[in-house]
Design a protein. Structure first.
Lengths: 217, 317
């Protein structure tokens, strides 16, 4: 078993990297077990870049989504705003991964764990790019979104992405961290508990959540 | 080969970003005058990423410029920090007038506090809340009075300064919240002798629709103070979707003498020319390529990168 570090591309050094064209995120969408088994056996070399590259990809696509849906084109101002004000998403994910690693994958470096688990963000990236495409290419954007909502295409897609992501997180824990099925379930549960807990905690701390549930007398 | 695809994707994103930024039209047109007043176009209900919006405070300022708005009020749920940030960005960047606001939010009512500098406590009775907003130097605007919100806000309509008359629910079809409730609320208040300033807003959360519904504000001074004074004195006109104006009759008469060109209620995604359409398409294709193709490691990461045994990487902590 070797750590990756071929110095050229993501992927591992020993399984004919030049033969693979697709990214880990794309491969994990269709062959999650195979991808995480490979990554589990040959994780990336630990480094700052390993830690940062997938969170940065998420922010990049998110910035593109914000920019396309707001301005209809890529613009620097929305990239800057998104990289600063949406950074809480990958940071919270890293926190959740750190919790999972501490309990169930202590032999992994944090950067390796982040890299391997965040391979599972593919469904969200695809959804963001698909919605961006509607804004850019639909001849009547309003009519397109009305159709997507009233026919429940968009709500169903959203639910599908959430379910798919849950499954991929479990698969990453199961095959990447090589945990038993039960421990992988617990690890995925902890991941979403920390992730969701931080978000809910923010809305509670700023008085937004309890306010919509109660009426002051 | 895979690295070549990835490099091409990076290049497309870079071209799309640089070109898109260059073509982005952020210049606002100078406001028009009617009679003794300067007419400002405002969207007085804007959210950011700090609650349930998509854009950053910087982003909403840019979007307001893009949509040719003179005034926005950032009204986050139960907080004012995002509005203060947006105002700072606008002053730094030469953006629109940003009113610092808060959408004081509970289950049964939402009230906009405009022109406040500090957070208003949400956990107080509605009449005390309105008094608190006034005590802190702000204006209290009833937000989207339909359904249960309408019933609550009716109890304080004598002390409110204004009310939302136009809101995106006006676009909703049958079965959703009823915009007619909002219209009834305003008409009944006026008929009963209450002087409520009507405002129109986009209740902006995401996408391009900031300012899709607007308030025309007639100011004697182009400043936040001038806007707040105009709102307090009822100098606004709001148009329904079919163009019927509501507000001060004298101002409506001014607009009848010299009609005001209303902004289009569009999504604003139409490219500004072939270059724009190509650049944004290239940018989108580039992002798709970055997600799908195997990514290369940047040059600065390659130096010294060598395969290392897994045990080394795991045990070198």
């Amino acid at each position: 078993m070797t750590a990756r570090g071929d110095g050229r591309t993501e992927g591992n050094a020993t399984s004919s990297p030049r033969a693979r064209t697709w990214s880990d995120e794309a491969e994990a969408l269709v062959r999650p077990r195979a991808v995480w088994r490979r990554l589990g056996e040959q994780p990336p070399a630990p480094s700052g870049w390993t830690m940062a590259r997938r969170p940065l990809l998420l922010l990049l696509v998110l910035a593109g989504f914000v920019s396309f849906t707001s301005a209809g084109r890529l613009t620097a101002v929305h990239f800057v705003g998104t990289f600063v004000f949406w950074s809480f998403v990958p940071l919270t994910q890293i926190l959740a991964i750190a919790a999972v690693r501490a309990l169930w994958a202590p032999r992994w470096r944090l950067s390796q764990a982040v890299d391997v688990l965040m391979v599972g963000q593919g469904p969200w990236l695809v959804l963001l790019l698909a919605v961006s495409a509607v804004c850019l290419f639909a001849p009547d954007v309003y009519a397109a979104f009305v159709w997507l909502v009233t026919t429940r295409v968009l709500p169903v897609a959203l639910v599908a992405v959430v379910m798919w992501s849950l499954w991929l997180t479990w698969a990453a824990c199961r095959h990447g961290f090589q945990l038993s099925a039960g421990r992988a379930t617990a690890a995925a549960g902890l991941y979403y508990a920390v992730y969701g807990g931080v978000i809910v905690g923010y809305y509670l701390a700023t008085g937004q959540l309890q306010a919509v549930l109660t009426v002051p007398r | 080969m895979s690295a070549a695809w990835s490099r091409a994707a990076w290049l497309l994103v870079a071209v799309g970003l640089v070109g898109g930024t260059a073509l982005d039209e952020l210049a606002t047109e100078p406001p028009e005058r009617r009679g003794p007043w300067t007419v400002l176009e405002a969207d007085l209900h804007v959210h950011t990423r700090f609650s349930d919006g998509l854009l950053s405070p910087l982003g909403v300022v840019a979007q307001a410029r893009r949509r040719d708005l003179d005034v926005i009020a950032v009204t986050e749920h139960n907080q004012v920090l995002p509005a203060l940030l947006a105002r700072w960005f606008a002053e730094l960047w030469g953006g629109p007038i940003v009113l610092v606001g808060q959408e004081v939010t509970t289950r049964d009512w939402h009230v906009h506090a405009l022109g406040v500098e500090q957070r208003i406590a949400w956990d107080q009775p509605l009449d005390a809340l309105v008094d608190d907003i006034h005590a802190k130097g702000g204006l209290a605007i009833g937000a989207h009075p339909f359904g249960r919100f309408k019933d609550s806000l009716r109890t304080v309509r004598g002390s409110l300064d204004g009310v939302e008359l136009m809101h995106p629910i006006a676009f909703a079809g049958a079965g959703g919240p009823r915009w007619s409730d909002m219209l009834d609320f305003y008409r009944e208040a006026v008929a009963d002798g209450f002087a409520l300033t009507p405002v129109g807003t986009s209740d902006y959360h995401l996408a391009s629709i900031l300012g899709i519904l607007r308030t025309l504000i007639f100011v004697d001074e182009v400043s936040a103070g001038g806007v707040l004074r105009a709102l307090a004195e009822g100098r606004t006109v709001v148009h329904t979707l079919d163009g019927v104006p509501y507000g001060d009759p004298a101002l409506i008469a001014l607009l009848e003498q010299e009609p005001y060109p209303l902004a289009e209620q569009d999504y604003g995604y139409v490219g500004s020319g072939p270059a724009d359409r190509w650049l944004r398409t290239l940018g989108w294709v580039g992002l798709v390529g970055l997600v799908l193709t195997r990514r290369f490691t940047p040059l600065w990461r390659r130096r010294g990168a060598r395969p290392a045994p897994l045990s080394d990487s795991l045990d070198s902590r």
